[in-house]
Ligand binder design. Sequence first.
Ligand SMILES: [Zn+2]
Ligand SMILES: [Zn+2]
Length: 475
Amino acid sequence: MTSSQDTTRSRWGNAPSTTLARIVAPGLSAALAVVCLAVPVRAVVLAAPGSVAEHPAVASVGNQDYGAQVDDAVARVQDSIVRLRETIHQNPELGNREFETAELVADHLRALGFDDVRTGVAHTGVVGILRGGRPGPVVAVRADMDALPVTEDTPYAFKSTVRTTYLGQEVGVSHACGHDIHVAVQLGVASVLASMRDELPGTVKFIFQPAEEGPPPGEDGGARMMVAEGVLADPAPSAIFGLHSFADLEVGTVGFSVGPALAAVDHFKIRVVGKQSHGAAPHLSVDPVVMAAQAVGAFQTIRSRNLSPLEPSVVTVGIIRGGTRFNIIPGAVEMEGTVRTYNPEVRDAVERRMGEILAGITAAGGGAYELDYDRGTPATINDPALAARMLPTLRRVLGDDNVLDLAPTMGGEDFAYFANEVPGFFFRLGQVKPGGVSGGHHTPDFQADNSAVPVGIRTMTNLLLDYLKAERPAS
Ligand SMILES: [Zn+2]
Ligand SMILES: [Zn+2]
C-alpha cells in the first residue's frame, strides 16, 4: 500500500486538521495490542542537571576522526529537523495509516541523494539505503512512525488537534509515545551521514516502520511484517540500532539495559460460559460472574505459586464484561488482558496454567470456558556483545553521568522482531526538558521536548559511525 497521490508537501505546513479524513479508526485490537514502553521505570533517578548542551566539549573527545564533524553537521541541520518534528507532531497518523509521514520521510531521503528509497514496505514503511564512499559493513537503524488515539493536552504551540472516530468514539490523535521524535532523529541522522558519505565506511539502512503499537484488526503490520517482507535482506545488516524517547529521563541523558530490556507481550481473551437466571434464584444459574472472579484471583497464583520468584512475569486482566441488569445473573462473562514475560519457558507456563485454572474453576462451577491466547511481540534482548561495544560510545558522546543503566521494564517493543534476526541495541532517549515535566507514555500530557532531537541525532550518528568503523575491513 502506498501513500495517496493527492497529498502534497504543502499540506504539511498548513492546518494540522487536514489529515483527519485519512486517519481510519484501527479498532479494538490495536488498542489492546498497545505495547511499547507501557511501563515507566519510576525507580530510576533522573540524572543531575548537566545536559549535553552544557558540555559541548564532550562531543569531540575520544574520536577525533569525526566527533567534531558530527557536531558541526548536527548544528547545521537541527533547526530544520526540529521543524520537521513539529510538522510530524501536528499531523499524527495511526498505525498502517502513516501515509503523509511516509511521504515526508521518503521525500527527505530522496532529497539527500540516497541510493535507494523503497516505499510501501509493510503497508506504509519506508526503507532508505545510504552507501558510503569507503568499504565497510551494513548497519541498520530503525524508527517507528505511528501515533495513538490519545487527545493531546500539552502547552505546545505545535500540539495536535487532529481528531478521528475510534471504536465508535470521537477522539484525538497524537504522538503520545514520542514516535515523532524517533522519526525526526532518524531523519537528522540521515542528513548528517549523507553530508559525510564520502568518508562513511560502509552502508546504513534506514528503516522507518509503521504500526509499532499494533496494526488495525484484520491487518498485518509492524516490525514482524517488515521482516517477513525481507527488510533485513538486500543488503543484510550485521546489526541494528533503535531508540525510544523516554518520559522518565531528562534531555541529555540516555538509558540502556544489557540483555533483557523489554518484555514479551501477549494478549488473551476469555469467555466464561454459565447459565442465565433471575438474580434472586442463583441456584437455577451457573454463575459466570462467580467463576470469572475466582479465575481472576487464581491467575495471580501463577506468578506467586507456579513460577520462580526470580522470573519476571505479569498477568493482568484489563477488561471484565458481563451482565445487563442488576437482578439478572448473566449467561457469560468475557475477560481480556495481557501477559508479560521474558523467559520463553515462563511464557509457556503462564499460558498452560491459565488454561488449567479455567478448566478447574469452570468444571467445579458447572460451566465452560474459551481461552484465546495470542502471542505477540517477543522480548527485546540487547545483544550483550554489541552493547558492550557501544556503551563507550554513549559515554563519550553524552558523558559518563548521563548514561544510565536501567532496570528492564515489562513494557514491550516490536523492535524485538529485528533484534531476533541480527544483533540489536536499543536505548532510551531522555525527553524531559530539565526542570520540566511530562506525563507518562500514552497519556494526554506526554511531552517530549524539541531539545531531545539534536541529542538523539548526535548519539545515534556516533553509534552508527563507531560501529561501521570498528567493523570495516582493514585497508
Ligand atoms: Zn507506545
Ligand atoms: Zn512507543
